[in-house]
Design a protein around this ligand. Structure first.
Ligand code: HEC
Ligand code: HEC
Length: 379
């Protein structure tokens, strides 16, 4: 796995837009958002711009399947970024997507249950938003949105989140000269539709990537892991073995495997017995009894930044999460069989094992994500 190069080698899906171009676009937007509709930039040409946006990612990451019917362009990504940070999308202009998806916390928030418009508490913990291009099996804890374009319109209309109608949001944007221009650049004319908003937000979210953690640098041979982190990595990847405790691992990769530390499935990780399931999870979407209590297996990248944990934010620390898997599983008919098999003994992790696992999980933090100006508010 470890190669000898001393730099992360980045692949590009098409060809990365130059920073210079993105920079120019940003300057233009900052400039225009300062304009009033009546001091319109007469004579300034705003044109449809179809320059492709090229997603880049390191060599050790497989290329994602990007939607063929919504090819990334620099101008649509930029419009999506404006929309993601736009409080006008909420009924009272108080909150944007970024209010609950904070860049400083890997695009999630720190609340147990996210808090929406007028201080209303939602039903679930906000999810992180990065490497969405590598999520190919639905969005939300229960997977009820098939694609990001479907997902992105739901919080706007949710009465506990942004509580605005799509027509209301579109009307506000249509009256704003910065958006008139941004829609022309992205779509060729200034018509604001919910579909265009959704396609642009999908594009922006597809471009938020996080592959610059210590672990990635370790894979690229740029940095080494400590002895404890390496032991944690081994425990993470080693199967549970009831008969040989000294060779038994925590088997986290069973579900959180692969380059994005998620198998993109919905599973029951033993949080509750049937009678205690207040949130029934995926079954509400599929109506398949096998999906009772199943939730999306989330990526463990940046996990040290995204407490509290689980769909209801029930655990405050990674220590509590490890204790859950080690000795706190609850049985139910849909509990994953690999986890059920560990229940008689627990994972048999020692205090040192737990510490090593947590030290390894900390190597998945990408400090660049919080600082990347391509993702931050353009306003
Ligand atoms: C009030 C807080 C709040 C606001 C505002 C909000 N979200 Fe979320 N977001 C959440 C919560 C909570 C979830 C999980 C909801 C669920 O599973 O039912 C979530 C889930 C998501 C997911 C799913 C990620 C995954 O891995 O499946 C995406 C993507 C997302 N939000 C994007 C957005 C966008 C785009 C906007 C703005 C249009 C937005 N959010 C506004 C709280 C919020
Ligand atoms: C059987 C599959 C499975 C296994 C094995 C598993 N997990 Fe999970 N994990 C999940 C699912 C599903 C969720 C989301 C559950 C929910 O919120 O209802 C989750 C959630 C988490 C979360 C919280 C994520 C967040 O965004 O809040 C952490 C941290 C975590 N797991 C770490 C681990 C570690 C460490 C191990 C190994 C000891 C492990 N998991 C083993 C399925 C699994």
């Amino acid at each position: 796995m470890v190669n000898s190069s001393n730099a992360l080698v980045w692949l590009e899906l098409v060809g990365r837009p130059s920073k210079f171009f993105v920079g120019l676009a940003m300057i233009a937007i900052v400039f225009m958002s300062g304009c009033q509709p009546d001091d319109d930039d007469v004579g300034q040409e705003v044109e449809w711009d179809t320059t492709p946006f090229v997603l880049s990612f390191p060599q050790h990451i497989v290329a994602p399947q990007l939607p063929l019917d919504n090819p990334l362009t620099v101008s649509k990504v930029e419009l999506g970024r404006m929309l993601f940070h736009e409080p006008k999308l909420s009924g009272d202009g108080s909150m944007s997507c970024a209010t609950c998806h904070l860049q400083s916390a890997a695009f999630t928030d720190t609340a147990k249950l996210s808090v929406g418009i007028r201080g209303l508490e939602g039903h679930r913990n906000a999810m992180s938003v990065f490497n969405m291009a590598w999520n190919d099996n639905g969005f939300f804890w229960d997977g009820r949105a098939e694609l990001l374009r479907h997902q992105s319109l739901l919080p706007i209309q949710d009465s506990l989140e942004m509580d605005e109608t799509l027509a209301g949001a579109a009307a506000k944007l249509s009256a704003d000269v910065a958006y008139q221009h941004a829609f022309i650049r992205a779509f060729g004319d200034e018509e604001v539709t919910a579909e265009r908003m959704a396609l642009a937000m999908e594009q922006f979210m597809l471009t938020i990537t996080s592959f610059n953690s210590k672990y990635d640098r370790y894979l690229s041979g740029m940095e080494s892991l400590t002895e404890s982190e390496l032991r944690g990595l081994e425990l993470f990847n080693t199967e549970y073995n009831e008969f040989f405790p000294e060779f038994s691992g925590a088997d986290c990769q069973h579900c959180h495997g692969g380059p994005n530390f998620s198998n993109n499935q919905y599973m029951n990780n033993g949080l509750d017995e049937e009678s205690d399931m207040t949130d029934i999870g995926r079954i509400a979407v599929t109506e398949n009894p096998a999906h009772l209590g199943q939730f999306k297996v989330t990526s463990l990248r940046n996990i040290a930044l995204t407490a509290p944990y689980m769909h209801d934010g029930r655990f405050n620390t990674l220590e509590e999460v490890i204790d859950h898997y080690n000795e706190g599983l609850h049985s139910s008919s849909t509990l994953d069989p690999a986890l059920a098999a560990t229940m008689s003994t627990g994972l048999m992790l020692t205090a040192q094992d737990k510490e090593d696992l947590i030290n390894f999980l900390h190597t998945l933090t990408d400090e660049r994500l919080a600082q990347e100006t391509d993702y931050s508010s353009p306003f």
